[in-house]
Design a protein around this ligand. Structure first.
Ligand code: CDP
Ligand code: CDP
Length: 206
């Protein structure tokens, strides 16, 4: 892909955003940024006693590769630090640079279509029923050896969705011009195909 080309993907927890984003990035040869990792990395530092705004201001790429960011505890804390406008502001510039880099980029999160890349060539809202999302996240955590129960995961997903949708700054919302991809009854392959269709059309229209 010549020049910048942004695929912006938002949606609630465990909807399939990351899975679809990685597949699109690979298929179309674009970069991928899971922006949830930025908030998770800040959260991990906050849980270790750091000031969240200071952590966000000095965040290093290597910290996104920490193995312990994908736990329910860090996810909850991520949703708390993400409600702080100063934390969000510290992370905007980096995300926008990735979004508009040459060669194209897929970014997934909560505010990509609305705040980070409203000019994106492709905007998707990837979602699924709360039950399916909690089941999938539960299976994923269990497969990774994280000790939890379905009830705990249901509670975690619901609490984060509510906090993310209700915060004042950059709430999780479907942008008016974002296409909805509802993965409730889709396999991963079907979800990737649906999303790829939107990317192919946007590339053809360039
Ligand atoms: O990034 P996000 O939290 O939105 O979701 P994900 O991590 O991509 O997907 C959550 C889990 O659901 C993963 O284990 C995926 O493999 C699974 N998944 C699925 O079973 N069917 C889909 N259509 C999409 C994702
Ligand atoms: O994978 P999952 O959807 O469960 O979570 P995530 O994408 O890793 O995001 C973790 C938390 O970070 C979310 O619950 C949001 O509070 C926050 N977040 C955000 O506020 N804005 C983004 N662009 C991405 C994540």
């Amino acid at each position: 892909i010549d020049g910048p080309f942004t695929v912006a993907i938002d949606g609630p927890a465990a909807a399939g955003k990351g899975t679809v984003s990685r597949a699109l990035a690979e298929r179309f040869g674009m970069a991928h940024l899971d922006t949830g990792l930025l908030y998770r990395a800040v959260a991990a530092q906050a849980l270790a006693g750091a000031d969240p705004v200071a952590a966000a201001t000095s965040l290093m790429m290597a910290e996104l590769e920490r193995a312990d960011l994908r736990t329910p505890e860090v996810a909850q804390e991520a949703s708390r630090v993400a409600a702080d406008p100063e934390v969000r502001r510290a992370l905007v510039g980096f995300q926008r640079r990735i979004a508009r880099q040459a060669g194209g980029a897929v970014l997934d999160g909560r505010d990509i279509c609305t705040v980070i890349a409203p000019e994106a060539e492709v905007k998707l809202f990837v979602t699924a029923s709360a039950e399916r999302r909690a089941e999938r996240r539960f299976e994923e955590l269990r497969a990774r050896g994280v000790e939890t129960t379905l009830e705990e995961v249901v509670g975690d997903v619901r609490a984060r969705d509510e906090r993310d949708a209700r915060r004042r700054d950059a709430p999780m919302v479907r942008a008016e011009d974002a296409e909805v991809v509802d993965t409730t009854a889709m396999t991963i392959e079907e979800a990737v195909e649906a999303a790829s269709g939107f990317v192919e059309r946007a590339l053809a229209a360039r």
